[in-house]
Design a protein. Structure first.
Length: 627
């Protein structure tokens, strides 16, 4: 796990950017605290910041050259099945100078070009330079586990693992107002857009080839689009999932540094720990407990799993003060507006875990791939109609007057019922987009005072909902989550917060063999009227503690409402969102902020908390990086 950066100059003005390569590498130091390196050849420069995981010796230092000196690679990620390909290459006469996966990947590229990516089971962002034709090949992994940003104008193309490393080149920082519109709805900016007009995110499963100032982008991976034929029985599908997950976990145990696992007490992380404990004795596991929020504290379930599989278990028991004290650390590291508040908990978990290990396994991805969210249950109920839908519709006026809030059990139920009721009258695509976000058209119209291209925002929405309705079953929703929510929110959160603490996180559920298998299954294997994430729960029911089943699932909510009403109130409304600041900035209306403040302090805060969080994350970012 590392950070990469680079420049391809198309003009003299572009060549000047090569002088900023070292500054860009320095900006990635938290991603790669163990070393760094720079390569320059004519109009091309590559930079690398290293977090040593496999072959920690200098033999594997990057940028890495092949034996002839013709090819040079910078690689951020892991190639889990590299050993089997290394054996094949050795049979062909290749003599390796390191024990790293980087060298194996480079040798595969030398022989097979871009086609070698299909052999890579892992996650990555890579760039490979060929001295013979002065070309550069850039690629991102299938699902967007690892980020890769691209700045491009007529003078140069710049790439990097993080926005702060892109900004080190003194780029044009013109705001992308259509991306800001997306952000205000979702609380994150999905690929391919970024907050800057001339910077984009390379889409997952995409590659770029650059030669003689010509930039060609290609798609090298797509999710499977058809159900497996013949359809395996549900029992056989469970057995296959068990086998594929076991292989995925075993692959991710390859490491030359200490390795452990996150253990939340939920099904997903418990499956990973159960399988990992088969291959590793006394696995180190780590959980977060919440002293002040007992509703969200699931450490008792994590301890049941840890005891069953005899792991070396550590619980980091946090107070709300602990969360509050790390708030500025999180906001300081974010270099593009990103307002998933659970990032705070991931940051602290990563920080504490890094004191014990350098690599951690996680259960990320299972909910999006197998249908684990309440919104998936709501979508299934709505599409299948019946008594529940009719009752919710009939009582629609009631939900609109009852207090809705994420911060109480009853209020959260009302919030979900209100959202479900609103979705009844929408198309599948409109409902999906609405349920992904926190804002509606009325709120955004009142909030926004900047000009943006309405046609482009409509086209972006159409792009992000392009799969909805095509298969006319729940797989279209899951497919959309894997292309939108997973890389845009969940994987970004884990990558940012773990890399801020120099910790590598690996998720077996993101293994290509697991994901491809999941999308060849009928949707009712994953979700139906009886439950969500069915096949995951059933496949591992016999090895997990029974207490993990038939209990409410509690996603952790940071106590933002309390902070906004008390400790942070003055900072938010007197500093970040004061009338003068808003007027000078010219992005948001003063009246809408006043309305949000009134709603925040009412008995019916609804989504005001999430909306305010999105605004203060943006303001903090704007003041640091723009103003």
């Amino acid at each position: 796990m590392c950070g990469i950066t680079g420049v391809v100059a198309f003009s003299y003005a572009g060549e000047v950017k090569l002088n900023k390569l070292e500054d860009s590498v320095k900006a990635l130091r938290k991603r790669g605290p163990d070393g760094n390196g720079i390569f320059k050849e004519k109009n091309i420069g590559l930079g690398h910041a290293r977090l040593s995981i496999i072959d920690v010796s200098n033999n594997a230092a990057q940028p890495f050259k092949d034996a002839t000196g013709r090819y040079t690679i910078v690689f951020n990620g892991e190639f889990f099945n590299f050993k089997e390909h290394k054996r094949e290459l050795e049979k062909q006469g290749v003599v390796f100078r390191s024990t790293s996966d980087t060298e194996v990947l480079l040798e595969l590229y030398i022989r097979e070009g871009a086609g070698c990516l299909h052999k890579v089971n892992g996650f990555f962002a890579i760039a490979i330079h060929d001295r013979s034709d002065n070309s550069l090949f850039i690629a991102r992994d299938r699902f967007g586990v690892k980020p890769l940003l691209i700045f491009q104008d007529s003078d140069c193309l710049i790439f990097a693992s993080e926005m702060k490393a892109i900004m080190a080149y003194d780029i044009d920082k013109s705001l992308n107002y259509e991306a800001l519109y997306e952000y205000l709805h979702l609380n994150y900016i999905p690929a391919p857009e970024t907050i800057f007009r001339k910077v984009r995110k390379l889409l997952p499963g995409h590659s770029i080839f650059i030669q003689n100032s010509k930039v060609e982008e290609n798609t090298w991976y797509n999710l499977p689009s058809t159900t497996e034929t013949p359809v395996p029985s549900y029992l056989n599908a469970q057995n296959t999932l068990q086998s594929k997950m076991d292989e995925a976990v075993e692959r991710r145990l390859v490491s030359d540094v200490p390795l452990g696992a996150f253990l939340s007490g939920g099904i997903d992380s418990s499956v990973v720990v159960a399988l990992a404990s088969k291959h590793t004795k006394h696995l180190s596991t780590f959980s977060i407990g919440y002293k002040d929020e007992p509703l969200f504290d699931e450490t008792k379930y994590a301890k049941l799993v840890a005891n069953k599989f005899q792991t070396n278990h550590t619980v980091f028991s946090l107070t709300n003060k602990d969360l509050f004290n790390h708030l500025q650390d999180v906001l300081e590291y974010i270099d593009e507006p990103f307002a998933d508040s659970s990032a705070l908990a991931v940051y602290i978990l990563s920080k504490e875990t890094r004191k014990h290990v350098t690599v951690a396994l996680s259960g990320d991805g299972a909910d999006e791939i197998f249908g684990g969210y309440m919104k998936h249950h709501g979508e299934w109920v709505l599409r299948n109609g019946g008594f529940k839908s009719e009752v919710v519709k009939m009582l629609g006026p009631v939900w609109n007057v009852l207090p809705a809030s994420r911060n109480s059990t009853f209020g959260n139920i009302v919030r979900k019922l209100r959202k479900f009721n609103d979705g009844l009258s929408q198309s599948n695509a409109d409902r999906y987009w609405q349920w992904c976000g926190y804002a509606d058209g009325k709120y955004l119209k009142e909030l926004i005072s900047f000009s943006y291209d309405e046609e482009k925002t409509k086209n972006l929405k159409t792009y992000h909902t392009r799969s909805i309705g095509k298969e006319n079953n729940m797989n279209d929703v899951l497919r959309s989550d894997v292309s939108l929510v997973l890389p845009g929110d969940m994987l970004t959160k884990v990558d940012l917060m773990s890399m801020a603490n120099s910790l590598e996180v690996r998720s077996p559920f993101m293994d290509v063999n697991v994901v491809d298998f999941a999308f060849k299954l009928p949707p009712d294997y994953k979700i139906n009227g009886q439950g969500r994430k069915r096949i995951v729960q059933d496949a591992f029911r016999n090895i997990l503690p029974p207490e993990l089943y038939n209990r409410p699932k509690h996603g952790f909510e940071v106590p933002l409402l309390k902070w906004f009403q008390q400790e942070l109130n003055s900072w938010i409304f007197d500093d970040l969102l004061n009338d003068k600041q808003l007027k000078d900035q010219g992005l948001f209306t003063i009246e809408s902020i006043k309305n949000l403040k009134l709603q925040l302090n009412s008995s019916n805060p609804g989504d005001a908390v999430a909306r305010i969080w999105g605004l203060i994350v943006f303001q903090q970012w704007y003041l640091k990086w723009i103003k």
